[in-house]
Design a protein around this ligand. Structure first.
Ligand SMILES: [Fe+2]
Ligand SMILES: [Fe+2]
Length: 180
């Protein structure tokens, strides 16, 4: 299965409306300044994971609460710090602890977080979090998060190793052509 593909225009509108609601009531835009994997910010990662989760339930025809699925996925990494900052070893165990931080932040901004949304945020790192997800929405998020994270990490490795080399080569070819 090729992922992620495009959702229908109606589903994309639904997705954007839910994102607009989250964005206006929270600090999620602050996540744009923190990097997640490779050159992808936490905000871009969260949007990609939420979109992929929605795409997966459509593709697999799963019956879920789509509103909760999208909101929970958008907020799953709502930890609001740069985990690459290892100052004072504060974020050393980021993988284990950030779901708890994200849930705490989300609860501060949204008093109406559903049980499904809370379970999604809390368990999205399963099997690192020992308790398995309780709802289909949480399992879908778990899979979409791992899929997007590996893609972002792989692209980050490529960018780091070869993108500069490729850009330099392209620039020198252009330069050679100009001077011919
Ligand atoms: Fe996470
Ligand atoms: Fe994530």
């Amino acid at each position: 299965m090729r992922l992620p593909n495009n959702l229908s225009p109606e589903d994309e509108k639904k997705f954007k409306d839910i994102y607009a609601g989250i964005s206006s009531e929270s600090r999620i835009k602050e996540s744009a300044k923190n990097m997640q994997h490779g050159s992808t910010s936490v905000l871009k990662h969260s949007i990609a994971v939420a979109y992929t989760s929605f795409y997966l339930v459509r593709k697999l025809k799963l019956h879920v609460n789509e509103h909760d699925l999208i909101r929970g996925a958008l907020l799953h990494d709502y930890f609001l710090y740069d985990w690459h900052n290892y100052d004072n070893n504060e974020h050393r165990l980021h993988g284990f602890f950030h779901p708890g931080v994200a849930l705490r932040n989300a609860k501060q901004d949204f008093s109406d977080l559903s049980e499904v949304e809370q379970d999604m945020i809390k368990k999205h790192m399963f099997p690192l979090t020992l308790k398995p997800p309780k709802y289909i929405e949480s399992w879908v998020l778990c899979i979409a998060d791992k899929y997007c994270s590996s893609k972002e990490t792989a692209e980050g490795i490529y960018d780091r190793l070869f993108a500069k080399e490729k850009n330099d080569k392209e620039r020198s070819i252009k330069h050679e052509r100009k001077s011919e």
